[in-house]
Design a protein around this ligand. Structure first.
Ligand SMILES: Nc1ncnc2c1ncn2[C@@H]1O[C@H](COP(=O)(O)OP(=O)(O)OP(=O)(O)O)[C@@H](O)[C@H]1O
Ligand SMILES: [Mg+2]
Length: 266
């Protein structure tokens, strides 16, 4: 696995010539069209693009929540398409963390129980020191016995981030984690995801519509019509906005081909 690859250039997750078609015949929708993209270990990558451009589909297929129509998806060096249902479930449980727009906490469990739930499901003993570190980092030490309904949206999402990190997964996928939050709570969640990468060495892949959110990432990849059309290193809200404007309505075939070729070599 990661031991076989050079440190610093390892890829936590990637898809190669990934296509996804929903439905068939006249009603078929090509949600992903030959996308090749890698998400480097120890980095924070944002996925952006217009509504319907395939961001969630890419994330779900890369994370093993959905299957590709053609092409391949890998977590580390494990090809997801080669796994049966049972091994795929285990991989999602043990090697991948998830954060969703709608928090998805279990309402009947306390904050502490929600955070260790994935470990409990996997029959793994929580590493107390790591869980304590997470609780301190998310700033919910005094809320551990509360239920999700007693927390604000931002607090709930911070619990969801801690839950996603609890098993030290190889990669955390977050689909619009700030989509339901006001800008201050959203900022705290983004800060937390950034700290998970920079201070805790984790890998995060986040779908977002928001250039300010994307600016927390190390790199932004842009999708349009199911294709990878651009990438941007060290984004700021201004440079992200600029790129979004750049291919909004005036994409050329040439520009798209260049972006896709460029990505295939990374
Ligand atoms: N289960 C499905 N069945 C049929 N079509 C689907 C399904 N899921 C997604 N699609 C279609 O695939 C395309 C990509 O959808 P996807 O959800 O990946 O977009 P997105 O970029 O995440 O959009 P948004 O920003 O609105 O969340 C869209 O045209 C969508 O309608
Ligand atoms: Mg989506």
């Amino acid at each position: 696995m990661s031991g076989a690859t050079v440190r610093g250039s390892a890829t936590a997750a990637r898809v190669v010539e990934a296509s996804k078609v929903y439905g068939s015949g006249d009603t078929a929708v090509r949600a992903l069209d030959e996308v090749t993209v890698g998400f480097p270990a120890g980095r924070f990558t944002a996925i952006m693009g217009p509504s319907g451009s395939g961001k969630s589909t890419l994330m779900h297929c890369a994370a093993g929540l959905d299957t590709l129509s053609s092409g391949a998806a890998y977590i580390g060096d494990t090809e997801l398409g080669a796994l049966g249902d049972r091994r795929l479930t285990l991989l999602r449980r043990e090697r991948v963390g998830f954060v969703f727009q709608s928090f998805n906490l279990v309402p009947t469990l306390t904050v502490a129980e929600n955070i260790t739930l994935p470990l409990d499901l996997a029959g793994r003993r929580p590493d107390a020191e790591w869980v304590n570190t997470l609780v301190a980092v998310v700033g919910l030490g005094d809320r551990l016995s509360h239920r999700p309904s007693e927390l604000s949206g931002g607090q709930q999402q911070r619990v969801a981030v801690a839950r996603a990190l609890a098993g030290r997964p190889e990669v955390v996928f977050a689909d619009e984690p700030t989509g339901n939050l006001d800008s201050r709570s959203g900022g705290e969640v983004l800060e937390l995801l950034g700290r998970a990468v920079r201070a805790m060495g984790r890998t995060v892949v986040m779908v977002t519509h928001d250039p300010v959110a994307a600016a927390h990432a190390d790199e932004v990849v842009f999708l349009a019509d199911g294709r990878l059309v651009d990438r941007l290193e060290d984004p700021t809200a201004a440079t992200v906005l600029d790129r979004l404007k750049g291919f909004d309505g005036r994409r050329t075939g040439t520009g798209q081909d260049t972006a896709v070729r460029g990505s295939a070599s990374s």
